[in-house]
Structures are given as C-alpha cells and as structure tokens.
Design a protein around this ligand. Sequence first.
Ligand code: IPD
Length: 261
Amino acid sequence: METSRALIARHEFAIDLAREAGSLAAGLRHSLGALEAKNPMDYATVADHAVETLIRQRIGERFGDPVIGEEDGGVPADLVWVVDPIDGTINYIHGSPRWCVSIALIAEGDIASGVIHAPDEGRLFSARRGHGAFLNGAPMHASHLGHGASPVVEIGWSPRRPIERYGTLIRRLIADGIEFRRLGSGALGVADTAAGLNDGYIELHINAWDVLAGIVLVREAGGWANDFLANDGLVKGNPIVVCTPEIATRLQTAMGTLAEP
Ligand code: IPD
C-alpha cells in the first residue's frame, strides 16, 4: 500500500480505537478491582490491563503492527504503535474525570499520528503529521500567549527523579513570572498545550507512552516540543518540554540540568 494511504488508514483507525478503548475504561471504573502497586505512587488497575489488551488485539487483527504499551511493554520498530491505556491512572482511581487513552504511531522516523481520548471530559484530540491538530474535530492552536496574562505551565512529576529538583524547578519558574499547575495526566497536560489551555507542560522524566501522542498534537497546533525520541527516549523516557514557542527558551533554561539521571 502507498505509504500516505497506509498512515491515513491507521490514523482513522486510531480515532475509532481510542473511542472504543475509552468506553471500555469508562465502563470499568465503577468496579475497579484490586490495585496493582507497580512503584511508589504508580498503580495499574484491572482496567489498565483490559484496555491495553483490547488495543493490542484490535491493532493485531487489523494491521498486525507491533505495539509498545505501558503495561505489557514491547520493542522499537520502524513502524510501531505506542499506547497508554489509561494515563492519569491515579485520577481514574480517585474518580476525577481527568484521565485518558493515548495512542501514538511512529513511522518514517518520527511520530506520525497521535490520538488522545478523555471520555469523562468529552474530549478527543487528534493530529496527523503535516495535517493540523484537532479537538473534537475543530482545529486547535497553541496559546501564543494571546491571553495577555502570565504564562501558566503544568509541571508533572514522579519519584523517577529526586523531588528536590522539582522544588528547584518550581522556584525557578516562579522567579521568572511563570505560574504552575499539577493536574495528574501527562498526556492531557501536553494536549492542553496544543489546545492553548495552558502555555506549556514540563516534567524532568516521563515515559514515551505518556507523551508521544501529545507531542504531535503540539507540533501540529503550532507549539514547540523537545526532541523526545533522542537518546533512546522511546525505550528509556526523557525530559519533556512542550509549550507555546514564545516561552521555549525560558522553560529550557529553567529545566537546565535538573533532568539528568
Ligand atoms: C503518569 C501521569 C503523570 C505523570 C507521570 C506519569 P500514569 O502516568 O501521566 O501525570 O506526571 O510521569 O507516569 O501512571 O497515570 O499512566
């Protein structure tokens, strides 16, 4: 099949799949079952596993493509799907609507497609490389600070980097006149940058399944993103900086060397 047609077919499939996966997760949240503690403050629910199984099954049936997923792993390939069945798992467990299914496709050396579905918020974000970014079908754009106020940046965190560094990061942002938030889903924090609902999202270390779909949304919405796939980011994760381009230098300066292992 011609490459662009193959990528269009996969993008359209990913939108339908994110809806189906989101419905499954939404249906399962009232019977959470046993929580699996993977690491301190890092859980998987029965739904995380069920949704990833569904996604793998559907991709396998339709395309036979390889998958890297948060719960069951996977290995890099020239064309590979990268999925987080539920991002914002702690929000999901607590009954907050801020959680989502995140599906990205890597092809031709970069992120080709990204779809994020937040069923409880009624939001579906989608972007295909070179073809714009959409929220519920309407074009979306980075803020470009058009609100005229101080920038607002979401800072994600996890115990994967020392908490003291996050303290330093917050102090640096505030000293530079930048407000911060922490809302509990890296994927949605990045998607909100694409939608102009925040001015950026940063975290000292995050995994590929949390942010790849969001990165293509941000790029297609006219925002700036660091080269997340550099230095084996697909396997090891990386620091993330996405933002409206006007504050890219300020955020990179604030991050400095804090993200180092
Ligand atoms: C986590 C969330 C969180 C981010 C963490 C991620 P999970 O993913 O996206 O907001 O700060 O780095 O690990 O566990 O909800 O899939």
